[in-house]
Design a protein around this ligand. Sequence first.
Ligand SMILES: [Mn+2]
Length: 430
Amino acid sequence: MSGLPIDPDLVARHNAPRARALAEDYDALGSRLARGGVDIDAVTARVAAFTVAVPSWGVGTGGTRFARFPGPGEPRGVFQKLDDCAVIQQLGRATPAVSLHIPWDEAPAAELRGHAEALGLAFDAMNSNTFQDHPGDARHPLSYKFGSLSHNDPAVRAQAVAHNVHCIRIGEALGSKALTVWIGDGSNFPGQSHMGRAFERYLASMEEIYAALPEGWRLFSEHKMYEPAFYSTVVQDWGTSLLAAQSLGPKAACLVDLGHHAPNVNIEMIVSRLAHAGKLGGFHFNDSRYGDDDLDAGSIDPFRLFLVFNELVDLDGPGFAPAYMIDQSHNVSDPIESLIRSADEIRRAYAQALLVDRAALEAFQGANDALMASETLKAGFRADVGPILARARADAGGAIDPVAAYRASAYRARVAAERPAAQGGGGGIT
Ligand SMILES: [Mn+2]
């Protein structure tokens, strides 16, 4: 595939009949915001500058522990994954970078870089995979069944460290600047492993990975409450992740995957605490109802997503630059549509948070006016910022209604004809 995957004329033809309604809606919202002293164009500019990375594994159909139902035209390898990511970026204009997963996306760096550049894409954080075995891979003769970076056996730990260093080297060649480490290490039964020693082994392994970081790189530790281990995980919570990041050094920071907490946990407060410690590294956005459901960002609890962004807007300032990534598993929807929608929902939460009157909020907080503080915050969430999102997309060359444009393009039918169907395959849930 050469050039952009969707005909730019199709996008223009899609936008033309929608342009007038958008202009009217944008002007109406602009007038309403102006009454509160808000310049809509300034908000739109900040929204347009906000981007989130797409996970390469997200464009394939995911799966659960029970089954995987492959969709038509699934990408067969990293180059086709990049093609699909380019569709998401071309229509949505919010996702110019892709986060790769090694070894799933192993390929010659020069070819990867060339393909991405032709599609207008860059590479975001690298992701290492030591939570499953890699049969036939000479770099992984030993099994991760009982752990990786915290394994009892120093040979397995050394293999896992070497894999992470390998990911850094690939990332260097691709222009990436970060490595995200999530391990499946843990135990299923009380007594199965020594929790203290397992953490010490993990830290020692992470120190070796940290030592291999190039200048300007960051190392993200991603905590997860449970799964695949169901009794304890070695990096269970943000406190453990913070301990690790603080002991490793200034290049280490914590990554918050919204799905990796118990139900009802106050994630926005975790964001605030990590930022206070100077260790808020980044995010994996998704949504959930029960556990690590990996549903589309903003599809279950958009208010929680808004509250996270409320903290981020509040924290914004010089040097504040968390890495924003999506981490989802798409089982019943077209992954391209889900990722377009998710990026849009993430920007929606950001735009709503930008509309919060922070001076008024601070005054109500100072006066202990709980009700008006709550109302002031919620006013941002209630705002329909759809015209701002569409304006940002259209001005950048994207589609006013990106899912409708995607369906009109018949891209899925085209790639389904070009790509042979395959059964099974990895789920890609991290
Ligand atoms: Mn994740």
